[in-house]
Design a binder for this molecule. Structure first.
Ligand code: GDP
Ligand code: MG
Length: 448
């Protein structure tokens, strides 16, 4: 999805005259991509109609302005499609003081990330002053209780489950009752993890319906894997038809999937996305923020997000000027050096790459994002070569390194001249995209 949309945007950027035809071509391509991703036809049609309504070509001055306005309109429409379609955001998340022992039930297919996300959700709220507890109502998968137990213990959240009971409804009811009636602890957020199946099947949905009827949850959260794409609509719809899904969490947004299926899940459940999961660890849950999400969907990279991450990294207090450079669109070999050096703070190479514009990624990691180990060693080699560069070379605004120096750097770092050249070329490609991405961002953000 992201690829097609960014291709469509790119076409638009490259076109010298933006007229009705370009607008239509662009909208058609984006629509095809959205339809392929199982977004409801009516939503796609609304997007088209609204973009056309908002973009009155004849009223606009020629050239740059038109393009900016189309870009802005597409961006805004996608944001709107992801914004709370229920229009009732405060009924959503458990509300403090609303009533004691609110129950949140998690549903989703097996492997989507439910158990992990349950714990993250508990941990997140615990840090906000809630008293959460976890109930394992997954009796389908062997080891489900052990997994929840380990997660819960790590997050220091009380839990309930059974190794022997096979009726999920019974366990869920017992667990919820136990925590609700625990006078000494007064738990105010009871989170129920459920089972999934590999496929959508009647038995699963019947189980979810029974569970929901038995524990009357205040909120049902649908957890989806960021990479499910095309099956998102039907998957989400199937859950929505058996239980009252009220919110969506997209897990595994740290991979290279752009989460295009999210649009469909939102449409199918008529529920907002509340969080995204960005890693396997308990603290890797982020409140959903629509703008960076759509930027990433469009293949524009999350540059402000990346800058923030770098700001957080300790290294950065010595490199304020580089951060400034990134934000200004300037990019030197040293910028790349800092990016790589902070990679441990940033997470895996694929996490780093997911925040960069798509074209940069393929330049940096030509073998793809699948092999983090391979990519890490590639980054290390780049760093070794950079160590042999002079400050002048690292800080050169046009990334200039003379032929003679390339040979020296190769010899000094134990690499071939070809590899040094690859490094410089990669930096140049990233540099070009960084300023382009930056310019695009600036134009889209001008309404902020
Ligand atoms: P469940 O079957 O729906 O309960 O899914 P699990 O919680 O057991 O997760 C399935 C796999 O996905 C596990 O290996 C998790 O560690 C992994 N996982 C879950 N959420 C995330 C995430 O946000 N990022 C990454 N990288 N992995 C995740
Ligand atoms: Mg599970």
């Amino acid at each position: 999805l992201g690829g097609s949309i960014s291709r469509a945007l790119q076409q638009m950027i490259n076109a010298t005259v933006v007229d009705e035809k370009v607008l239509n071509d662009c909208l058609n391509e984006i629509s095809r991509a959205l339809l392929q991703s199982d977004v409801q036809f009516s939503l796609v049609r609304d997007m088209q109609i609204n973009v056309k309504k908002n973009v009155n070509l004849s009223d606009l001055a020629a050239g740059q302005n038109k393009r900016k306005i189309i870009q802005q309109a597409v961006f805004d429409q996608l944001c709107q499609m992801l914004q709370d379609p229920s229009g009732k955001p405060d009924q959503l998340v458990p509300k403090k003081g609303k009533k004691p022992g609110q129950v949140v039930m998690f549903v989703g297919l097996q492997g989507s990330g439910k158990t992990t996300t349950c714990t993250k959700y508990a941990y997140y709220h615990k840090n906000k002053g809630w008293k959460p507890a976890l109930v394992c109502a997954d009796t389908f998968r062997a080891g489900a209780f052990d997994q929840l137990k380990q997660n819960a213990a790590k997050a220091k959240v009380p839990f309930y489950g059974s190794y022997t009971e096979t009726d999920p409804v019974k366990i869920a009811v017992e667990g919820v009752e136990r925590f609700k009636n625990d006078q000494s602890n007064s738990f105010d957020l009871i989170i129920v993890d459920t089972s999934g199946r590999h496929k959508q099947e009647a038995a699963l949905f019947e189980e979810m319906r029974q569970l929901s009827e038995a524990i009357s949850p205040d909120l049902v959260v649908f957890v989806m894997d960021a990479s499910i794409g095309q099956s998102a609509f039907h998957q989400a719809q199937a859950f929505k038809q058996s239980v009252a899904v009220g919110a969506v969490i997209v897990a595994k947004m740290d991979g290279h999937a752009k989460g295009g299926g999210t649009l469909s899940a939102v449409a199918a459940t008529k529920s907002p996305v509340i969080f995204i999961g960005t890693g396997e660890h308990t603290d890797q849950l982020e409140a959903f923020d629509v703008k960076p999400f759509v930027r990433r969907l469009l293949g524009m990279g999350d540059l402000p997000g990346l800058a923030n991450k770098i700001r957080e990294a300790v290294l950065m207090d010595q490199h304020e000027d580089i951060l400034e450079n990134i934000l200004q669109g300037g990019f030197t070999i040293r910028t790349m050096q800092v990016l790589f050096q902070t990679k441990l703070k940033l997470g895996t190479p694929s996490q780093l790459a997911s925040m960069l514009p798509a074209e940069c990624t393929s330049r940096l990691f030509p073998a793809g994002l699948g092999d983090d180990q391979e990519n890490q060693s590639q980054m290390k080699q780049f760093l070794v070569m950079m160590d042999s560069m002079t400050a002048q070379e690292l800080d050169s605004p046009n990334l200039k390194v003379s032929e003679l120096r390339r040979q020296r750097i190769a010899r000094g770092s134990g690499h071939e001249v070809r590899q040094v050249e690859e490094l410089i070329e990669a930096c140049k490609a990233v540099s070009k995209n960084f300023s382009k991405g930056r310019a695009l961002l600036r134009s889209l953000n001008s309404g902020d």
